[in-house]
Design a protein around this ligand. Structure first.
Ligand code: HEM
Length: 394
């Protein structure tokens, strides 16, 4: 009998999806779910690589969110993540100019200063709320810094950013449209300032970026700034929060990391694989395609379950289900694959590495003291709140 898993519900991802992923990879790797108007769930590593490499057959233009059963309203704004070739390539080349290794490496002192500022406020020995209170402050401040927003605007920026993606504190009274509007006005002001006076921040770089005589249109720049908040915030927060939980659940690995911080970059890779902060992205077939004996019909949605690929035994062997911070090689798909693969991956890696370096230099014990409250999302089912006690390393 065909397995039947609720791939369209947040609870599926918030619980432990690993056993279902294993079953699907083996018994139904191209799996039809009829909920929400129907979609194919893809769980094998090799198949996700195949689809990711063929954007002409599997388009992003209808959006990358899983179908929700409502008619698709295609976003008319020119957003990098939902643009297909050939425009995608040109747009990505332009935007990449702000994300070169040189630019990202140069951010390390700023990233460290932000992380220190956040963690210096964390007391040892008493219970504290870690996800909202500490982890969440880091990525949003770093994006604000990347955009050249002054530090005094960071709290306001965070409130708009959280509200615009619908993850705001229930006490925040701003609707997502209002927050989106406020951010648009704020970005416009930053752009106007840079019109007068270029600096070396991302907005200045993107305004000057030119490839083959082409540059980004005003709309493209504006929607990219909005995309940064969606793409770079919850994702990194989720990696750090769920990565911390993985360490708490594997105390011997936490001890190893405290004793040998040079393992932190490999540990971050393993957190990315094990946690898969972005569970999936969606593509839309542009013609009928045969895959493993199934026919994916033109127009149907294909959901690439990166979290399932990241546990594939064909790639990660018989330790695929194990959290192992010394794993090498670790060719996970947490950042996606193909031409839409994460543009911010160096920044995400830098943030997570610096965060754990600073955290473990201060605290050598981390324990959960209460329930972990998760975000009700199928795509980034992160941690809303988690209470921990940190034990001082000194
Ligand atoms: C795309 C994951 C952090 C910017 C993606 C995609 C994934 C992903 C899976 C692929 C989209 C697709 O398949 O359609 C993650 C994870 C992160 C992270 C797990 C953190 C742990 C960031 C950060 C930034 C960023 C910090 C920027 C500051 C982007 C952008 C795209 C993207 C712009 C679209 C690229 C394109 O369509 O060409 N990310 N991301 N991400 N990410 Fe990230």
């Amino acid at each position: 009998m065909e397995p039947n898993y609720p791939l369209h519900l947040p609870d599926f991802y918030i619980g432990d999806p690993a056993p279902a992923y294993r079953d699907l990879r083996h018994s139904s790797p191209v799996h039809w779910t009829s909920a929400n108007g129907g979609f194919w769930g893809i769980t094998r590593y090799e198949d996700i690589k195949f689809i990711g490499a063929r954007p002409h057959l599997f388009s992003s233009a209808n959006g990358v969110l899983m179908p929700d059963g409502k008619p698709r309203t295609v976003d008319s704004r020119p957003m990098l993540i939902t643009t297909d070739p050939p425009r995608h390539k040109a747009m990505r080349q332009l935007i990449s100019k702000g994300f070169t290794p040189k630019h990202i490496n140069a951010m390390e002192p700023d990233v460290r200063a932000i992380v220190r500022d956040v963690l210096d406020a964390a007391p040892a020995g008493i219970e504290l709320e870690y996800a909202e209170g500490y982890v969440a402050k880091v990525p949003v401040r770093i994006i604000a810094d990347l955009l050249g927003a002054p530090a005094e605007d960071w709290e306001q920026f965070r409130a708009w950013s959280d509200a615009s993606v619908g993850s705001a504190d229930p006490d925040v009274k701003l609707s997502s449209q209002e927050a989106f509007g406020a951010l648009t006005t704020y970005f416009r002001q930053l752009i106007d300032l840079r019109e007068q006076d270029r600096t070396n921040d991302l907005i200045s770089i993107l305004m000057d970026a030119e490839v083959d005589g082409e540059s980004l249109s005003h709309d493209e720049l504006m929607s990219f700034l909005h995309l940064l908040l969606v793409a770079g915030n919850e994702t990194t927060r989720n990696l750090i929060a769920l990565g911390t939980i993985a360490l708490i659940n594997h105390p011997e690995q936490l001890r190893m990391l405290v004793h040998d911080p040079s393992l932190i970059p490999a540990a971050v890779e393993e957190m990315l694989r094990y946690v898969s902060p972005v569970t999936h992205m969606t593509r839309w077939a542009t013609e009928d395609v045969e895959l493993r004996g199934e026919t994916i019909k033109k127009g149907q949605a294909v959901v690439l379950l990166y979290g399932a690929a990241n546990r594939d035994e064909d790639v990660f062997g018989d330790t695929a289900e194990r959290f192992d911070i010394t794993r090498r090689p670790n060719p996970h798909l947490a950042f996606g694959t193909g031409e839409h693969a994460c543009l911010g991956l160096s920044l995400a890696r830098l943030e997570a590495r610096v965060f754990f370096e600073e955290l473990l230099a201060r605290f050598d014990r981390i324990e959960l003291t209460g329930e972990v409250l998760r975000m009700r999302s199928t795509m980034v089912p992160g941690v809303r709140t988690m209470h921990v006690r940190l034990g001082s390393a000194n």
